[in-house]
Design a protein around this ligand. Structure first.
Ligand code: FAD
Ligand code: NA7
Length: 542
């Protein structure tokens, strides 16, 4: 394709891309640098990075291993860029994404500190009109949304929120320059983020009070430095590694087990759990030990009781150990830590069970629960995200016939392949609803490459619009629901099903069939669910 191949001369751009995280950046690179389209990127934040721009809280770390938490498309970049440990700090991921933006000349296409407030499909001309918070409107043929699935923060509004006189922060919008040294700090939330944060800040705080609603199963992360030899060995084998990752279920770069937990003796089961506890990583523990931890409640209970035993061995105070011990299934996104349970052996850390004694209100001095008042200088919300569709439903996003995304998704969000929606022609989501539940960068790569191939074919074949058929959309939703219902994840009240935000519809939000199967579907059958229109406003099914 030639340079700056304008699909539609009358429009401001061929494509608008929203978001400058892993997804948006790669989309701009593909559409602009490889297809030669004119592209404008918009980002609410002040720079690139997405998740890694916003989540600067102490202890922020990837729990995907360094060697697979990166793009796979550029062999030279894979050889040139390196890392220190088997997991990446927030700063390292941010540096990587900044380098990517510079390397592929992506900054020139972006406008930062611009939030897209509205995106509306113009049916007369078959294009998108996109409006920023500054009131500018631009038009484009294609709309690519890389809005992030863990990006719209969930901050519960407690009574008295405005009268608390201390500092308040959310982990997902952490400013630079916060000092917790010697202060009385409270943390609400003990999900993956809370676990990282609590472990990291405990040594700095004067006193740390953890407000826990649901205890978590967490296994050690196993963070350690990687030697140059080890890294070189990985780099020499990247072709094989990506082949394995892209054909696996979770895309985390380790072998997933297909051995049922009860096909081995109790002794052997314990030995394997111990081995994986020592190796580290929550996903590896859940999917590498046995093949049925995520699908069979008895197997799940075996893993859960192993972790409970560990908590009991680590935490010295019996009452605290009991509060920290989950009794439900091991069915949330598997957490991993750098000494989380050990943190509660510190003299300056206390645990408050807010399921038993809920938070009633904030007072000028701190947090009041039904069993007491906790004076604080700083209150930190590690309360997670309005996951998956949070940033979509914040916008005035309208497709054909003015249909609003909030109405379309009234019963829960949908997305054919996690990418497209009926009545939203030429709109392509990255990590939209019902995409794969995996280490996410390989999934982002897969989706962006599919989107870019689709746009290329449309341009080359002079096709005007593409969208999924209503049947394909509902069949995909049904497939996702059937697979998810066969797992333990649907039993937990977590963000995976949207059960973490009050009033949010609990519904399937992921394709849990694995990246390998997803890619096979994309290659072999995804086209069958699409309708192409050749001419403006003339429906001609291909
Ligand atoms: P994001 O990185 O979320 O970027 C979306 C961007 O869109 C944001 O910068 C946002 O400001 C912008 N945006 C949204 N709406 C608008 C709008 N209306 N107008 C303009 N801009 C907008 N995943 C893993 O696979 N492994 C991990 O180890 C891992 N660790 C994580 C740790 C934390 C603390 C968090 C929060 C998430 C983690 N994730 C992890 C998930 C992570 O979000 C993804 O891996 C990946 O970074 C997502 O990239 P993205 O580009 O899709 O979205
Ligand atoms: P999570 O996993 O949604 O965790 C949020 C935590 O905040 C969790 O412990 C919640 O308890 C707690 N929470 C939320 N609202 C409240 C209120 N109102 N009162 C008390 N406690 C509350 O978000 P994370 O940021 O930790 O992780 C999300 C993903 O991002 C993670 O999986 C990684 O992929 C990165 P609950 O469990 O709902 O009872």
């Amino acid at each position: 394709m030639s340079e700056n191949n304008r699909v539609n001369v009358g429009l401001d751009f061929d494509a608008v891309v929203i978001g400058a995280g892993f997804g948006g950046l790669y989309a701009v690179h593909k559409l602009q640098n490889e297809l030669g389209l004119s592209v404008c990127g918009y980002e609410k934040g002040g720079d690139v990075g997405g998740t890694w721009y916003w989540n600067r809280y102490p202890g922020a770390l990837s729990d995907s291993e360094s060697f697979v938490y990166r793009y796979s498309f550029d062999k030279e970049l894979l050889q040139e860029w390196t890392w220190e440990s088997n997991y990446l700090t927030q700063k390292e991921v941010l540096n990587y994404l900044t380098h990517v933006a510079e390397r592929y000349d992506l900054y020139r296409s972006y406008q930062f500190n611009r939030e897209i407030k509205a995106a509306q499909y113009n049916e007369e001309g078959d294009y998108w009109e996109v409006t920023t918070d500054k009131g500018d409107t631009v038009t484009a043929k294609y709309l690519v949304t890389g809005l992030g699935l863990l990006s719209s923060t969930n901050k519960p509004m407690f009574k008295g929120n405005e009268i608390f006189q201390g500092e308040q922060y959310h982990t997902g919008a952490w400013p630079d320059g916060v000092s917790l040294e010697g202060k009385r700090v409270g943390v609400i939330g003990t999900g993956s983020t809370g676990i990282q944060l609590i472990t990291a800040i405990a040594p700095q705080c004067g006193h740390l009070t953890v407000f826990q609603r649901t205890p978590q199963y967490s296994v050690p992360l196993g963070k350690r430095p990687q030697s140059e030899e080890e890294i070189n060995e990985i780099k020499a084998n990247y072709d094989k590694i990506w082949d394995q990752v892209k054909n696996s279920a979770t895309a985390f770069g380790y072998e997933e087990s297909d051995v049922p937990a009860f096909s081995v003796s109790e002794e052997e089961r314990e030995r394997i759990f111990e081995e994986y506890w020592n190796k580290g990583n929550g996903f590896r523990f859940m999917f590498g030990t046995f093949g049925d931890i995520a699908t069979d409640t008895e197997a799940n209970e075996a893993a859960a009781s192993f972790i409970r035993k560990k908590i009991n061995q680590i935490v010295k105070d019996k009452e605290t150990a009991e509060k920290l011990t989950p009794q439900e299934l091991y069915a949330r996104r598997p957490a991993a830590d750098n000494g989380y349970y050990e943190t509660f052996n510190r003299g300056n850390v206390s645990l408050v069970d807010v399921k038993q004694n809920p938070i009633q209100e904030l007072t000028p001095k701190g947090v009041k629960t039904t069993d007491g008042e906790y004076d604080l200088d700083v209150l930190i919300y590690a309360t997670g995200f309005d996951a998956v569709e949070g940033n979509y439903v914040k916008m005035d996003l309208r497709g054909r016939n003015g249909v609003a995304i909030q109405d379309k998704w009234e019963d829960g969000p949908t997305g054919y392949l996690g990418i497209m929606n009926t009545d939203f022609p030429n709109m392509f989501m990255i990590l939209g609803p019902n995409g794969p539940f995996t280490n996410l960068v390989p999934t982002i790569g897969t989706q962006v490459e599919w989107i870019s191939d689709m746009v290329k074919q449309m341009v080359e074949n002079n096709l005007n619009t593409v969208e999924p058929t209503a049947d394909a959309e509902s069949e995909w939703l049904e497939t996702c629901r059937t697979i998810a219902d066969a797992t333990v994840f649907s039993s937990a009240q977590s963000w995976i099903f949207g059960a973490n935000v009050p009033g949010k519809k609990s519904a399937v939000r992921f394709y849990m069939g694995g990246l390998g199967n997803f890619r096979k579907f994309l290659e072999e059958s995804s086209i069958e669910g699409l309708v192409f229109n050749k001419e403006r406003n003339k429906v001609t099914q291909e």
